[in-house]
Design a protein around this ligand. Sequence first.
Ligand code: NAD
Ligand code: MG
Length: 388
Amino acid sequence: MHKRLAILGSTGSIGTQTLGIVAGYPDLFTVTVLTAGSNAALLMEQARLYRPQRVVIGDEAFYSVVRDGLAGLGIEVLAGRQAFEEVASSDGIDTVVAAMVGFAGLRSTAAAVKAGREVALANKETLVVAGEMITRTAATTGSRILPVDSEHSAIMQCLSSEPKGSVEKIILTASGGPFRSTPADRLAKVTPLEALRHPIWSMGSKITIDSATLMNKGLEVIEAHWLFETAPDKIEVLLHPQSIIHSLVQFTDGSIKAQLSVPDMRLPIIYALTYPERVMTELPRPSLAEIGTLTFEEPDTERFRCLQLARTALKSGGNIPCAMNAANEAAVAAFLREKIGFNDIAGTVEHVMGNTVFNNEASMDIYEETDLRSRSLATEYINKISRK
Ligand code: NAD
Ligand code: MG
């Protein structure tokens, strides 16, 4: 079991943790491709250490810096959006680790699926936006999509060797983020700094804000729908602040299976990369006696409206989840720039969803068009409310 990996988004939170795993298991993995958006310095450092055949820097302004920095090492340097698709679908790769953030990761992940590559999927936005197109393509090319998201990794483990049709419901757990007990009136005034202080996980800024608004759980409901072919009303969300149970599956006989571990993304990453095998890890084992209590509560969808908006988008189908995702990306960026307040993220998403022309065609053209339109609708709305 030796895998040649293309790590798309290698300079991010998931990307760097994946490289840490590669370093720990040199017999299992070789790095063939590394890519970054604009962090040229870290990309070069990683390339010198892991010696991939090719690297891609998304921002073309950094092309010559990376080319000169890696000169003489026999590493091919590419730049620009198109290059991501090229490397994701090229020969000589067994698994594409899709660890770019947001809609920007869609095209390259779709290219990998189209080429029949195995995909270790962190970029949940791909399935949120284009779940129908991606799963349909994967079914024809035989591309295997293995979730890196901890909840979906847990569900995959719970479903292992269970008969199809025996699943009654999927229960996604959520830590609840930093504002789980913050009163509604205070939420309007929370700062980006407070929102970035996640109680459990250290992650990229976009997903950290998504965790604070519970949009992340909404995106994960949609992700679970496509990964496990489960109807929206059979996917529930449960707050579990200790983040020891990563998700559960309830079966038709009334039995529930759960997957437990310390909250550490290296575990779901390594499981996706070695599935269906398990390898020995040095990760800490949870001491249940020390933890003592595991608690659960219903999510408050009035304070955290994004979760409900994502459910509405999933039920609407077509290009509505794409519009929702684009609006959310624009709103999160605006919140981080302190242009809008925390509650305006849901407001922006709702505004854009309500003003999107429904289109049921599951094609890249429609997704691209919807994404662009939704971003400009969101920007218009953000400019309007931020002038007040
Ligand atoms: P991050 O912001 O830390 O890293 C993102 C990576 O994508 C970086 O390498 C960056 O250079 C690259 N990138 C960003 N914009 C790009 C663009 N326009 N073009 C090309 N490359 C670009 O993000 P992250 O936290 O590692 O998350 C990555 C994905 O994994 C997200 O979809 C997130 O939802 C998912 N995920 C992350 C975690 C986590 O613990 N971090 C857990 C579950 C799922
Ligand atoms: Mg998750």
